[in-house]
Design a binder for this molecule. Structure first.
Ligand SMILES: [Zn+2]
Length: 113
């Protein structure tokens, strides 16, 4: 069976990797220190990645307020559900807000209209 992650967790790890990519790109500028234009480009792109990551973090915050809080039936913890189906942030139990989808195998496509 395919492994799924909670959407909020997924976005969060995306934002985190964006920060790392930004730093790696900025670090890469060192290799081009003889070429000021390249250094400037690398620094700008790296900085944009970090700024983008900050924006994604802000977006997560926004999404979190919109997400429905539910108690996971599997682990009993409070988790957030985004869209019609989502995954528990703690135990990866598939959760749904739609009673017609209950018991069906988890599928991200249910979130698409
Ligand atoms: Zn759970």
């Amino acid at each position: 069976m395919k492994k799924y992650n909670s959407k909020i967790n997924k976005i969060r790890s995306f934002a985190l990797s964006l920060i790392f990519i930004g730093f790696v790109i900025m670090y890469g500028a060192i290799f081009f220190k003889n070429n000021q234009i390249l250094v400037l480009i690398f620094m700008t792109v790296g900085l944009l990645c970090i700024i983008g990551s900050t924006a994604v973090y802000g977006w997560i915050g926004l999404l979190s307020t919109k997400a429905v809080q539910v108690v996971c039936p599997e682990c009993g913890k409070w988790t957030k559900v985004l869209g019609r189906v989502d995954i528990c942030m703690y135990c990866n139990e598939p959760l749904t807000l739609d009673p017609t989808l209950e018991g069906k195998e988890f599928n991200q496509n249910y979130n698409k209209k």
